[in-house]
Ligand binder design. Structure first.
Ligand code: HAM
Length: 443
């Protein structure tokens, strides 16, 4: 027998039995982004490699170690997107969206690719829901995007997700901070990993989010950015805190959050769950006021966040949150002969045109096996079609919950009888809920 080829490490199959979880988060994120006036954008899965080098930054882990890149014909270099912000900003600039009136607010749901060491919550292909707002330098915009992310987490039913915020300054104040970091880390240069020894010269802030345990230990005593912020950055940060307070959003100031991507300025934030282990950052984001200009657009402030959907779903599962139920089969038709099978096909296509979810036997199984299948797929009604039914043009609809049978003709009257039966079943469900509720109230 041929050897089975397995899925690549760090990727997932999302199976039909799991997909309702994805539909749940996709619906919630879609709905809430639109409530905040964000419109969906869809961008290519791969981009020019230079886009990520220039935006995410060459000294970041993402660019220096984790990109899936190919060299195409000639010298063209392409990379599977490791995140959504760079491509979204490229699209915003390239398509003249900056000229369409500001702020522009877009959201996306996309797959990302990073060649990381796979572990729980850390994949090589993963999904992000992200929001980006372009054109506002006000801390009100920071509060708005944080509130959007919080709304999504709340609507998913999550509890105990901690919001950490920080300011990592701007090109005015950051050089002083870099100087202080250089001094601090230079004293222990020999203990740093090879990558961080290089980072020390090029971009010492990156040492703060190195994954090596030794570098992490050394970074614990490093100077804090909050002690080096200029007046404008401090003012922006304190106004943001005021707005979050006004929105009743709890937060912790964590001066150690620097994020793993180079484009950030001023506000950075993370929503963290303690329920899913070491990779607990469900959502990360911040302001990137210099990025659009860096990518060739006219200088425009911007900010946003992205949520890892696998981590979001993992936390929801851990906290036993609800997922939407998938639609169940309205009618299963069990034909007992070839003639009956033709009739089943005709009935199914009529009812499907009316919007009903209908299945019939496609294998040629006996009645018992068909009933078992109808039960397994949770069909609300079953109709058995034998030679009697075909000859008389009349059949019976069996309600699978109550066992009750309703006569129906198979011609003109079918749609009417069936829709009445479905409506009756819907109402009996509601009646039962009301009865349970009233009993509970009386008890
Ligand atoms: P990020 O922090 O690199 O930020 O990723 C955002 C989220 O994606 C993380 O908080 C995490 O939930 C999820 N994530 C990241 N890497 C993995 C992985 N290997 N496996 C599973 N989930 C992962 C960004 O990507 C920025 N573009 C966010 C942003 C948007 N900032 C401003 N706008």
């Amino acid at each position: 027998m041929a050897v089975m080829i397995q899925r690549p490490k760090g990727t997932n199959d999302i199976l039909p039995s799991q997909v309702k979880k994805w539909h749940t988060v996709e619906k919630i994120t879609n709905d809430i982004a639109q409530q905040f006036g964000f419109k969906e954008i869809r961008i290519p899965t791969f981009e020019d490699t230079g886009l990520f080098v220039r935006s995410v930054g060459e000294t970041t882990d993402v660019v220096s170690k984790e990109m899936y890149s190919v060299t195409a014909t000639g010298d063209a270099q392409f990379t599977l997107r490791p995140e959504g912000t760079a491509g979204t900003m490229r699209a915003v600039i390239e398509n003249g969206i900056l000229n369409e009136g500001l702020p522009q607010k877009v959201f996306y749901q996309l797959t990302c690719f990073r060649h990381e060491k796979p572990q729980a919550g850390r994949l090589r292909e993963f999904h992000q829901f992200g929001c980006e707002m372009v054109g506002s330098a006000s801390p009100r915009a920071d509060a708005e995007v944080i509130s959007l992310a919080k709304n999504v987490l709340d609507s998913c039913g999550l509890r105990d997700i901690v919001l950490n915020i920080n300011s990592i300054g701007c090109p005015n104040c950051r050089p002083n901070y870099h100087k202080a970091l250089k001094e601090y880390f230079s004293a222990r240069k020999d203990e740093l990993c090879g990558t961080c020894q290089e980072r020390l010269e090029k971009n010492p802030m990156r040492i703060l989010d190195c994954k090596s345990p030794i570098c992490q230990e050394i970074a614990k005593g490093a100077p804090l950015i909050t002690d080096y912020l200029c007046e404008e950055c401090s003012d922006h940060f304190s106004k943001l805190q005021g707005y979050l307070g006004a929105m009743d959003i709890d937060f912790t100031i964590n001066p150690k959050i620097v994020r793993g991507l180079d484009y950030y300025t001023r506000t950075v934030f993370e929503f963290i769950s303690t329920d899913i282990g070491a990779q607990g950052t469900v959502c990360g984001g911040g302001r990137y006021d210099g990025l659009i200009e860096q990518l060739g657009g006219k200088a425009t402030p911007a900010l946003g966040f992205a949520m890892g959907l696998e981590r979001l779903i993992m936390t929801m599962q851990k906290q036993e949150c609800d997922f939407i139920e998938e639609k169940k089969c309205d009618l299963y038709i069990a034909p007992m002969s070839e003639d009956a099978a033709s009739e089943a096909i005709a009935i199914a296509s009529k009812l499907r045109k009316e919007g009903y979810f209908v299945e019939y036997d496609l294998i040629g199984r006996g009645l018992k096996a068909q009933m078992k299948y109808a039960d397994k797929i949770g069909a609300a009604f079953v109709m058995v079609l034998g030679s009697d039914e075909i000859e008389s043009g009349k059949g019976k609809l069996k309600n699978m919950r109550t066992g009750e049978q309703t006569d129906t003709d198979l011609g003109e009257g079918l749609i009417n009888t069936f829709s009445n039966a479905v409506i009756g079943e819907m109402f009996s469900g509601i009646d039962e809920d009301i009865a349970k509720f009233t009993e509970g109230g009386n008890g």
